[in-house]
Write a protein that binds this ligand. Structure first.
Ligand SMILES: *Cc1c(COP(=O)(O)O)cnc(C)c1O
Length: 375
């Protein structure tokens, strides 16, 4: 079907734009020999896994279910990190994951014999205590009191037997200058143990497919770890795979006035794009301007009972009418994976825009998807 015929609300992922990102990532793999895996937390649209698997080395997971998804749907190298593993899940995790990363030496001690006996590579997550981001403390694993990674003072080199790699993840939507700063901290604090490792994992948060990303500097960081310590280098970005590669199509339902013109749309910020409220950020909207920039300004609000269910204030050249369709940009990452049915909201359909422009709905949801999640 045509884009204009898609049901709303609907996530639409553009195959050509995903592939454009994958080609950039694959270029880094080709030139440096580093391996890049998809962090499924950001983007788990399995209909795209065959395409992603053509360019990347595999998947990484935050726990058993994502690990299963990567194993079943991509079937390539499968990595996992969790703050703590459950005893009733570890056997299945070990049976499907190639790299198992532990958040503490106690977790390592608890599960290492089993994992090594199964031929798995095991790693420990380190915390280089090097904050390179400001303002987003909930996204900073190096923030004071963070539960992520072993700090230098807690590091127990005597327990490293069998550990083949170190993992750090400290970035969020950042460029390679911050990676370089972080690597300096990693070397300063954990350098003595790098030569005995086989691999290092740079985590995610690398905004590699953003226009201003400095790829040569990233490649220099990779080569530095390869040549200085003989390490195999892994990166596990999530956002970078589907950055700017998807849309959310919504329809205008009605209008309201309260000091400002308000349009009610069939997409909810809190149910369908919760990061708009949590991060928070203002999603780009095609054909619109900032509030007051174009002649007709509206506050776009969702159909739930939550007062704060507001997507943002946008302006338009023409007044909006009921039934108008609006298209938000950059809606592939951290959107589909975070939807919920609060207030009995329907979940958005999920569609693919193929390379020839044709659109195909790959998943639709209904009342049962709401009902089955409740008692
Ligand atoms: C979130 C996360 C990623 C992916 O981060 P992006 O910001 O989506 O690139 C990778 N590794 C770990 C351990 C994470 O927690």
């Amino acid at each position: 079907m045509r884009f204009e015929e898609l049901p709303t609300p609907c996530f639409v992922v553009d195959e050509a734009l995903i592939e454009k990102n994958l080609i950039i990532l694959n270029g880094i793999m080709q030139r440096t020999g580093a391996k890049i895996v998809l962090a499924q937390k950001a983007f788990s649209m399995t209909a795209m896994y065959p395409l992603i698997g053509k360019y990347l080395s595999g998947t990484t997971a935050s726990g058993l279910y994502e690990a299963r998804l990567g194993h079943e749907e991509m079937g390539k190298e499968n990595h996992v990190f969790a703050p703590a593993y459950r005893e009733d899940e570890i056997d299945e995790i070990i049976s499907i994951c190639d790299h198992i990363i532990f958040n503490s030496f106690s977790q390592l001690e608890k599960y290492k014999t089993k994992a090594l006996a199964a031929g798995r590579k095991i790693g420990i997550r380190i915390n280089p205590e090097c904050s390179t981001q400001e303002g987003h403390e909930i996204y900073d694993p190096c923030a004071p009191g963070s539960r992520f990674g072993v700090r230098q003072v807690e590091f127990q080199p005597e327990l490293l037997e069998g550990v083949s790699g170190l993992h750090f993840h400290t970035l969020c939507q950042q460029n390679s200058d911050d990676l370089e700063t972080t690597l300096n901290a990693v070397e300063e604090k954990f350098g003595p143990w790098l030569p005995q490792m086989e691999w290092i994992n740079f985590g995610g948060g690398h905004h590699i497919t953003r226009d201003d990303y400095d790829i040569p500097r990233l490649e220099a960081c990779i080569r530095r770890m390869q040549t200085k310590y003989g390490l195999e280098v892994y990166l596990e970005p999530g956002e970078a795979i589907a950055l700017n590669a998807g849309y959310m199509v919504t329809s205008v339902l009605d209008f309201h006035k309260n000091g400002i013109e308000i349009a009610i749309v069939d997409t909810s910020a809190t149910c369908h794009m919760p990061d708009v409220l949590e991060m928070p950020y203002r999603p780009p909207l095609f054909g619109s301007g900032e509030a007051g920039e174009k002649p007709y300004t509206y506050r776009l609000g969702g159909p739930t009972c939550l007062t704060g269910d507001v997507i943002g204030d946008y302006s338009f050249d023409q007044p909006l009418k009921s039934g108008d369709r609006l298209v938000f940009g950059d809606m592939a990452i951290y959107s589909m994976v975070k939807t919920n049915t609060f207030n009995g909201m329907p979940l958005p359909a999920i569609a693919v825009q193929e390379k020839d422009g044709n659109c195909r709905v790959v998943q639709e949801f209904g009342y049962q998807d709401f009902k089955m999640r409740l008692a």
